[in-house]
Design a protein. Structure first.
Length: 109
C-alpha cells in the first residue's frame, strides 16, 4: 500500500477533490444513479486515505449504511419528528436522525 503523504497541502487537495466528486455525483444522479454512488465511494476512500473529515453538508448527502448518494424525493424520505430530522434511505430502508437546534435558543415572544 502506498504511504500516506505528510504534506499539509495534500489535505487541502483532498478536500477539493471530495467536494468536486460530490458535485459530479449531483450532476450524474438523474441519468446514472449508480455512477453517483461510485463517486461517493471514491470520495470516502480519499477521505480515509488522507485522514480528512468530509464536511457536514456533504456527509448528509449519502447513506451511512449502504453509501448511496441521496436525493430528496427520489431515494430518500425526510421527516421531522420531535426535534429530529429523520432521513430514510429508500435503497436500504435505514433511518438516520439529526438533531435540530433552534438558532435563537428557542425563546419566542
Amino acid at each position: 500500500m502506498k504511504e500516506r503523504s505528510r504534506n499539509p497541502a495534500t489535505k487541502k487537495i483532498a478536500k477539493e477533490r471530495i467536494s468536486e466528486l460530490f458535485v459530479q455525483a449531483q450532476g450524474a444522479f438523474a441519468e446514472h444513479p449508480e455512477r453517483s454512488n461510485r463517486y461517493v465511494e471514491l470520495a470516502r476512500k480519499i477521505a480515509m486515505r488522507q485522514r480528512v473529515r468530509i464536511d457536514r453538508e456533504l456527509r448528509r448527502q449519502y447513506c451511512h449504511h449502504c453509501y448511496a448518494f441521496l436525493v430528496p424525493g427520489n431515494n430518500m424520505r425526510v421527516r421531522v419528528h420531535r426535534g429530529n430530522v429523520v432521513v430514510t434511505c429508500r435503497t436500504c430502508n435505514k433511518k438516520t436522525r439529526y438533531r435540530v437546534v433552534r438558532p435563537d435558543g428557542g425563546t419566542e415572544q
